[in-house]
Write a protein that binds this ligand. Sequence first.
Ligand code: ADP
Ligand code: MG
Length: 238
Amino acid sequence: MATLEIVNVRKSFGAVEVLKGVDIKAEDGEFLVLVGPSGCGKSTLLNSIAGLQSNDSGEIRIDGEDVSNLHPKDRDIAMVFQTYALYPNLSVWENIAFPLESRKVAKKERRKEAERVAELLHLTDYLDRKPRQLSGGQRQRVAMGRALVRDPQVFLFDEPLSNLDAKLRVVMRTEIKKMHRTLGTTMVYVTHDQIEAMTLATKIVVLKGGEVQQVGSPDEVYNTPANMFVAGFMGSPS
Ligand code: ADP
Ligand code: MG
């Protein structure tokens, strides 16, 4: 577990400033949900945290240490994307254990780790299948497993359920919540689904145009929105 601090992070693409000095703090084991309209910079922010792109300024701190200059692999952060690419020729367990190969973990140990993660994700019976033999939901679980197997200190999700049908989204939402309870890992979760945000979050961050509008508990954001934008966006009556 770890605290995650995003300190005055700025990022431009060409002349367009997408992140305009973002400050967010997630406490140890917090489930922070990031919401905001399309194009407001949610994915850009996650990419910055994961190190998939560099920031123009600001810091990303894990347990107080600035990791902005570390390679993504050295950050102890795992990310799950909306669209996930599995290796079609590898089995489920090999896909899950893939990140361990570069760490030079022995095959027997890799299999054991894949089994441990598969249990959390209800994939135990599918370990020796190929991705094409799985449903969409199961494939997304494999993608999550691949992130989990690294035992990250911080877990990032970028709209992981938005490609799934409504029924499956509800199931997966419950499972992600359970997973968080079991692991206690600090999580940052992007969604445009208000119900997902309200049910998963310990803290909600509302972003608009690369600026934080409000940070608060689901109850605070819903019942005492900081401004008209938050009120409208979260669908609160006031
Ligand atoms: P969100 O995830 O909230 O929908 P994004 O972070 O993906 O928003 O994008 C925020 C803005 O930054 C958008 O206007 C998008 O076009 C722009 N953007 C994102 N990535 C790049 C990039 N690699 N190059 C240029 N513009 C980008
Ligand atoms: Mg996005």
